[in-house]
Design a protein around this ligand. Structure first.
Ligand code: MN
Length: 441
């Protein structure tokens, strides 16, 4: 079992009252890192606690941190978390321990007495991308997702031959990764229409993919891969990730994998939940059926098999313009769990490095669409609607085969383990804006 410490203690409560609310994503056991600005300030690092943000720069200036914790808070300066990620997990862990102590009931009063200068209401802050994402790789690792979609085009062998031997991925686009809350513009693109003609225009089958994102810590030098048992030390933290996908463009262009159907944008939740915060919620790797191949040795590690998974309930909701106008809540279209993914994130990171490719601090890995076995756990519309053939009902009389302009897609994630305080990721949300008009020559 992953090492637990007093920061995971379920009896620990915070003097920040909202952090003790059972519904908050950010109890004192979570303490995720992010980048925020407030009242015109430059973007700077903070830690979510209840409905507040603890200002790390202000804490550093107030002299609240020493030793490794101060080293971590210093590295987090400058408006991105890349420097903190580059230090590895030990300094972040020291900072987490100190913050947990400062923010808990019955701890030292250093922070409590300065709360007004250290805490910013999250509602008043703007949240930014937590890291400068140098590279973004997206995987395809749920056998349920891959089989459901594969059955439509390859009924006899829905999984690619390599699927159970390696975590499949493509190199996606880093520059179009955006933080939750930013609109997503419907892309124009080329595809073959049902009448057989190839045309260019706004995608007619815009979709979401519900995924978990992994931020890389120190990483590896080019030509120097790391073994699976040490990969954990390079997994800094996690977020929710929406790999927006234009299915018509994807189906036509993917002779060499997806390109413009995916690079249109990717939305991530703003808070980086650390590997340490998720330690109580680790779970066994996906149980392989007896006749499946065992992972090759470089992808096979007893500890990873025992606890390489995470028990995270994941949901996707859609809020349409009609729902907003009628003041109705979003409708849930997916409820799944991250334990269904066939490959672990450590296996993905290890495979990524296995040819010597260098992973760097702040690089982002998407887990792949996290679909499960049941109909309600289909984690994209292509699955839920059988590629548009069977629109999903949204409960208010509306249906969706694909996303329409004005629709907002919202992801949430919450951990489960009896006896431990459930932690969440915050929202990963984006609203579809109309396609840009194509420039005239
Ligand atoms: Mn994806």
């Amino acid at each position: 079992m992953a090492t637990l410490n007093p920061t995971h203690d379920p009896s620990r409560r915070s003097w920040v009252a909202s952090a003790n609310d059972a519904a908050t994503d950010f109890p004192i056991q979570n303490l995720p890192f992010g980048i925020f600005s407030h009242a015109g300030s430059a973007p700077r690092a903070g830690v979510a606690i209840g409905d507040q943000i603890f200002d790390l720069d202000a804490g550093l200036q107030a002299g609240l941190f020493t030793g490794l914790a101060a080293q971590a808070a210093t590295a987090a300066q400058g408006g991105t978390l890349n420097g903190l990620m580059a230090l590895g997990n030990a300094p972040a862990s020291a900072l987490r321990a100190r913050l947990s102590d400062l923010l808990r009931d019955g701890g030292p009063d250093d922070a409590r007495h300065q709360a007004a200068s250290l805490l910013v209401p999250m509602a008043d802050a703007q949240l930014h991308l937590p890291a400068r994402v140098g590279a973004f790789t997206d995987f395809l690792t749920s056998s349920y997702h891959t089989e459901r979609l594969g059955k439509i085009s390859r009924p006899d062998s829905p999984l690619p031959p390599c699927f159970k031997h390696l975590p499949v991925a493509y190199n996606s686009r880093a520059t179009s990764v955006r933080v939750s809350g930013e609109d997503v513009r419907r892309p124009n693109g080329q595809w073959r229409h049902p009448d057989g003609e190839v045309r260019f225009g706004p995608t007619a089958s815009l979709d979401f993919e519900l995924e978990v994102g992994l931020f890389i810590g120190p990483g590896n030098a080019l030509g120097a891969p790391l073994a699976l048992p040490s990969a954990r030390q390079h997994m800094f933290g996690y977020c929710l990730l929406n790999d927006w996908s234009a299915r018509d463009i994807q189906g036509w262009e993917s002779a060499l994998g997806p390109f413009l159907s995916k690079s249109l944008s990717t939305t991530i939740s703003p808070w980086v939940v650390t590997d340490e915060a998720l330690a109580p919620f680790r779970a066994p790797a996906f149980p392989r059926p007896a006749d499946d191949p065992q992972p090759l040795r470089y992808l096979n590690d007893p500890q990873d098999q025992a606890e390489g998974g995470f028990d995270i309930a994941l949901e996707a909701l859609i809020r349409t313009p009609a729902m907003r106008a009628a003041n109705q809540p979003a409708a849930r279209v997916t409820l799944t769990n991250f334990i269904y993914n066939y490959w672990t994130l450590a296996q993905m990171a290890t495979h990524h490095m296995s040819n010597g490719c260098n992973l760097q601090p702040g690089d982002l890995l998407g887990s792949g669409t996290a679909s499960g076995p049941t109909d309600d756990s289909r984690a994209c519309l292509a699955e839920a609607t059988e590629r548009g053939a069977k629109p999903v009902a949204l409960g208010n009389g509306e249906t969706r085969a694909w996303l329409l302009d004005g629709d907002e897609v919202i992801f949430r994630g919450r951990t489960n383990r009896p006896g431990y305080v459930s932690i969440g990721f915050g929202l990963c949300a984006g609203r579809i804006a109309p396609a840009p008009s194509w420039p005239q020559a």
